[in-house]
Design a protein. Structure first.
Length: 244
């Protein structure tokens, strides 16, 4: 766990909004200058920080502690039966490749369709918003883009940060035409496989929120380790496949 006094080196301010994950909750996110935080980012991952463009942030909600950090020990990971089915089917359909992050008309169109499919709106599909969120980075060449293509057609894009002994998933979006193939699960399996091939120890999935369907699927990647941002150590969620 990082010394919280280090936050003073990059802290910008806190933003209070209605929680997007839990009804009747208020979310407080602490934002920081990602360029100032970059030297510490591997440690910051364990303290609940995530990256968005050139910023880092973590939850500091006064009345809630439901956002947990979740990671998969890469060497121990084993696919479930359903994940093996998704993997085997995806191997026949998708071709995965690694690129530097970039904004293109092709990606903008897939991203627009994804936002409409998932959220019923596509306000963030403008080039400047896309670039600020998914191209700009405070980590330089440590941020990479995973592309999934099916017979040359862009099917999904994942943004990843490689920091120290870890690979951290930032965001993934996909063409709704491929939704039946579970591209989100397939992308995560590809990313775990990539971390294994690179000899990395951990794969970070972002936040796990037990009572939120959008966020609790992450517990299916087992074994996994979970901690509250201010906790000193990791533990196993019941049924997650690890001993505490």
């Amino acid at each position: 766990m990082i010394d919280r006094s280090i936050e003073t080196l990059f802290h910008i301010g806190d933003i209070v909004d209605p929680c997007p994950y839990l009804p009747d909750k208020v979310s407080t996110l602490r934002f920081g200058d990602g360029f100032a935080a970059a030297p510490f980012y591997r440690l910051l991952l364990d303290s609940g920080y995530r990256r968005s463009g050139g910023y880092v942030y973590r939850p500091v909600c006064a009345a809630c502690n439901e956002c947990k950090v979740i990671r998969v020990p890469v060497a121990a990971f084993r696919k479930s039966k359903s994940q093996r089915h998704v993997w085997n089917r995806g191997q026949r359909v998708f071709e995965a490749s690694i690129w530097p992050p970039a904004c293109t008309a092709e990606k903008l169109e897939v991203y627009r369709r994804y936002l409409e499919f998932q959220h019923g709106k596509a306000d963030d599909a403008a080039p400047d918003r896309y670039a600020a969120f998914l191209v700009d980075t405070c980590l330089g060449g440590r941020t990479i883009e995973l592309q999934l293509r099916a017979q040359g057609r862009l099917a999904g894009v994942g943004i990843l940060d490689r920091v120290g002994d870890a690979l951290s998933s930032v965001y993934f979006y996909f063409d709704p035409d491929f939704a039946r193939l579970s591209p989100g699960t397939y992308s995560a399996l590809c990313e775990i496989d990539l971390a294994r091939r690179w000899g990395l120890a951990y794969y970070y999935l972002g936040y796990y929120i037990r009572e939120c369907r959008q966020m609790n699927y992450k517990i299916r990647f087992r074994p996994c380790e979970i901690k509250a941002p201010d906790d000193a150590g990791w533990h196993a969620e019941p049924g997650a496949g690890l001993t505490a």
